[in-house]
Write a protein that binds this ligand. Structure first.
Ligand SMILES: [Zn+2]
Ligand SMILES: [Zn+2]
Length: 243
């Protein structure tokens, strides 16, 4: 199962050299590496050199150090090979071409659509994918996690208001394993209420006429007005703020 929340800035995941990193990271999760010991003589020599450059220089004239160093990292290299060889890019629909990326084209691929329906969950800020666990599935292999762990794993729920307190979000345990939608995301709420606050074109920098420091949160707030304030307006605002 993979859960990806809003991705790195500048959309670096679309860069071919960088986007492979998230796949490689899957294979390197929870991995600690330790090279094998060399002979005590070579370990001693090695420990007195601090930079790669110094080590290379010594190894150039000391073939014993070179060969022992090479041997001491062999098991790490084999381990990393095994880890990365297990990573596979799955092919969902072999007729799909790289340049076919628009929604309307992708809608026509029924195998792909079916895969999306049964393995994905996409919300505004998250993308999640999970093996379906169906023996007949031709795309994903059977889960390696124990059956009961796999069955208890569900998609990360969306923030959902608590049943009796709409000012707070419900606890994770209350919404986990239940269907949720992303309609309660803070950004969606702000957008919904924001549209009712005033005419469009008013909340822009050139319409800021005055600044007010909020008593409660100490943040500076802008006062917008469609037209320039008259001297009288200014006095009335000052009066209202002070009281
Ligand atoms: Zn599947
Ligand atoms: Zn405030």
């Amino acid at each position: 199962m993979l859960i990806a929340m809003r991705t790195a800035p500048a959309q670096s995941w679309t860069n071919p050299a960088e986007r492979i990193m998230s796949i490689l990271n899957l294979g390197l999760q929870g991995v600690a590496l330790l090279r094998d010991q060399m002979s005590s003589e070579m370990e001693d020599l090695f420990s007195r050199k601090n930079t790669l450059e110094e080590i290379r220089l010594v190894a150039k004239n000391n073939s014993q150090l070179e060969s022992e160093l090479r041997n001491s990292i062999k098991s790490i290299q084999q381990f990393l090979n095994r880890q990365t060889e297990r990573l596979a890019i799955i092919s969902i629909d072999s007729t799909l071409r790289c340049d076919e990326t628009t929604q309307s084209i992708l809608q026509q691929y029924s195998d792909l659509q079916n895969f999306i329906q049964t393995h994905w969950q996409i919300q505004t800020y998250s993308f999640q994918i999970k093996k379906c666990g169906n023996i007949k599935c031709k795309i994903c292999n059977m889960p390696r996690t124990p059956q009961e762990v796999f069955e208890s794993l569900d998609f990360l729920p969306d923030p959902t208001p608590a049943a009796h307190d709409s000012d707070h979000y419900a606890n994770f345990s209350m919404v986990y394993n239940k269907p949720t939608t992303d309609e309660h995301q803070p950004s969606k709420k702000i957008a919904a209420t924001g549209t009712e606050r005033g005419p469009s074109g008013l909340y822009i920098n050139t319409k800021v006429r005055e600044f007010i420091t909020c008593n409660e949160c100490s943040k500076v707030r802008c006062l917008f007005s469609g037209r320039q304030l008259t001297e009288q307006d200014g006095l009335e605002i000052q009066h209202a703020i002070e009281n």
